[in-house]
Write a protein that binds this ligand. Structure first.
Ligand code: ZDP
Length: 285
């Protein structure tokens, strides 16, 4: 069996995109995804994303496997890449859909319907929905089920960290620090990810506030480890920064791979993320 794929990246957070519009079942298993994501024995990527047929009246469905084979609910950089991939795919056919001409899609994900909008300058703006904040929604057992986790002490690696937790469909644990460069991410990241207070594990972000409208972030992703960028993580970070009085509702988040513009709208309480999505190459497996 031959499968065509296209590599995309959003700020160096890279994905293998599969045109799976002909079937609602992903054409690869999680085990195959692990092999393809391997940077030495495979194509190399942080995850594999499948463009599946829509459901419940939506245009498409997204499913994603992390590089360890686990399946996250949502993926911010990934959905920008998926939007660009679909736009490129549909552009190749004459029967282009009206909504794609206007550059906007409704994409069904495990975290609900997400609507990306192609901006035409290589950038994609995504309505990422509202954050969820109670412990049961994150999920975490750090506080009782209906409480929020804001500046809550958490013991990791023999040290107490003040953490704030936010779900963007997937779980995030955010810690503000003086100097992100000084954080030993490789050793401490997995200890947060697998901490017993996070039953679904967690994505882990360390943030340095440069100015209220400019944050520096490093991320340890659940199921993928250190990545150059994380869109859901950048959104969760701005929510955590606003909730703890550290940043504005409109802020630039600088990641190792580049910058994302994040807005937590006061009007509808939704997160809007804007950033690039680029095609790298196409191949056949
Ligand atoms: O929640 C998880 O398990 C993440 N590893 C999913 C991927 C998140 C992503 N980096 C993002 O940009 O939101 C794609």
């Amino acid at each position: 069996m031959q499968i065509e794929f296209t590599k995309y990246h959003g700020l160096g957070n890279d994905f293998i995109l599969i045109d799976n519009r002909g079937s609602s079942a992903p054409s690869l298993t999680p085990e195959q995804a692990v092999q393809l994501c391997d940077r030495h024995f495979g194509i190399g990527a942080d995850g594999v994303i499948f463009a599946l047929p829509g459901q419940d009246g939506n245009d498409y469905t997204m499913r994603i496997f992390n590089s360890d084979g686990s399946e996250p609910e949502m993926c911010g950089n990934g959905i920008r890449c998926l939007a660009q991939f679909l736009s490129d795919l549909e552009a190749a056919h004459s029967s282009r859909r009206d909504n794609i001409d206007s550059g906007s899609f409704r994409i069904h994900t495990l975290a609900g319907v997400i609507t990306p909008q192609i901006q035409g300058n290589g950038r994609v703006r995504v309505d990422m929905g509202q954050p969820q904040l109670t412990a049961s929604e994150i999920p975490t057992t750090l506080v009782s089920a209906d409480e929020k986790v804001i500046n809550q002490p958490l013991e990791v690696a023999g040290q107490s960290w003040d953490v704030t937790c936010v779900s963007m469909g997937n779980p995030h644990c955010i810690t503000f620090v003086e100097d992100v460069a000084a954080i030993p991410l490789e050793t401490i990241g997995p200890k947060f990810e697998h901490h017993p207070v996070f039953p679904q594990r967690t994505n882990t972000e360390f943030i340095q506030v440069v100015r209220p409208d400019y944050l520096k972030m490093r991320v340890w992703e659940r199921g993928a480890g250190i990545t150059l960028a994380c869109g859901t993580g950048a959104c969760a970070t701005v929510v955590a920064g606003v909730l703890t009085g550290r940043c504005d509702r409109l802020a630039t988040v600088e990641l190792p791979g580049g910058c994302l513009e994040i807005e937590w709208s006061e009007i509808d309480q939704r997160l809007y993320m804007t950033g690039p999505a680029e095609r790298v190459f196409t191949g056949r497996i």
